[in-house]
Design a protein around this ligand. Structure first.
Ligand SMILES: [Zn+2]
Length: 106
């Protein structure tokens, strides 16, 4: 069984998504990092796997306007750039937590 989030919130004042995991670790992920890591078919080429979205294409003030769950396995985000097709599985979100820009807070 992989880890799952126990709490998840958008910290708009610092521009980060805070995720507490079932293994006790808590991470903060910059909104822009999460947006750039969007796994949807518009952001990653379905056949080649090439990432078509780059950080320089995303506004620095990007933020989620809506967070929702997809079943009990993923996070759905509606972004301020109107991008709304990203479904972040727990496994993928947990993977983003190991990114250099992620901050471990607990
Ligand atoms: Zn996307």
């Amino acid at each position: 069984m992989s880890v799952v989030p126990t709490a998840l919130r958008a910290l708009k004042d610092v521009g980060m998504l805070e995720i507490a995991w079932s293994d006790g670790a808590t991470y903060r992920l910059p909104f822009k990092l999460v947006r750039v890591e969007c796994p949807c078919a518009q952001c990653i080429h379905e056949i080649t796997g090439e990432r078509m979205v780059r950080a320089e294409m995303i506004p620095d003030d990007i933020h989620p306007v809506e967070l929702g769950y997809s079943g009990n396995y993923a996070l759905k985000v509606v972004w301020s750039d109107a991008h709304a097709s990203g479904i972040y599985t727990w496994e993928r979100l947990h993977g983003i937590c190991s990114h250099l820009q992620a901050v471990r807070v607990a």
